[in-house]
Design a protein around this ligand. Sequence first.
Ligand SMILES: Nc1ncnc2c1ncn2[C@@H]1O[C@H](COP(=O)(O)OP(=O)(O)OP(=O)(O)O)[C@@H](O)[C@H]1O
Length: 227
Amino acid sequence: MQLITIKNLFKTYRLGDVEVSALRGLSLSIEQGEFVALYGASGSGKTTLLNIIACIDAPSSGKVFYEQKQINYSQSKKLGQFRLNKIGFVFQSYNLVPVLNTYENIEYPLLLTAKSEEERKQLVENIIDQVGLTDVKGHKPRQLSGGQRQRVAIGRALVNKPKLVIADEPTANLDVKTSRRILELLTGLNEVENTTFLIATHDPLVKEYVGRSIMIRDGKIRTKEHV
Ligand SMILES: Nc1ncnc2c1ncn2[C@@H]1O[C@H](COP(=O)(O)OP(=O)(O)OP(=O)(O)O)[C@@H](O)[C@H]1O
């Protein structure tokens, strides 16, 4: 089943009198359970595309379907709920809350849901175990290594069991050994939970792990180009 279908997407940013066309008629489909790497030069539109799929930003024109239902970008309240329940986002810079420990950072998005304390505890403990952070549950981000911080960010993105996880350069700040561990973790979660992953990256290592690598150039997917 197609989880995400994108048709003829355009995104133009306006900076005063200057217009920047970040996406120019981009179309793409991603199946439920796929693990996709999105490659492309700096400025090719990767982050713009991820932000639109994650409903953080709206397209200028074109359509995005999630499970065959078109996303309506003008309903901001509904979009917030949709994002919370269906999509996990992992940022290159981790975006952890410095004053919260590992457990609290991972629990954080669940506080915005109607889940009981007991339900939250079960979900958080389960994902902490899956991402291998049991020993550093009480540590604050500054007491963690880069790889551990990225694991916290992955735990936070996955704790609510989203169908889709979007990651923007998840290995950019990590050494090769740690990057491999993170990629093994993500592929493991993809297999066990059937979570769909879309990862924007420059890292050649990523394509060793994913099911499909695609290239974005000039705001469009170039399916025939070698990644
Ligand atoms: N908020 C914004 N306002 C104006 N222009 C923007 C904005 N965000 C992105 N752009 C422009 O849109 C184009 C695509 O940017 P985007 O961040 O999507 O690229 P990217 O492929 O993610 O790049 P990188 O690999 O360097 O992160 C670039 O030309 C960029 O300068």
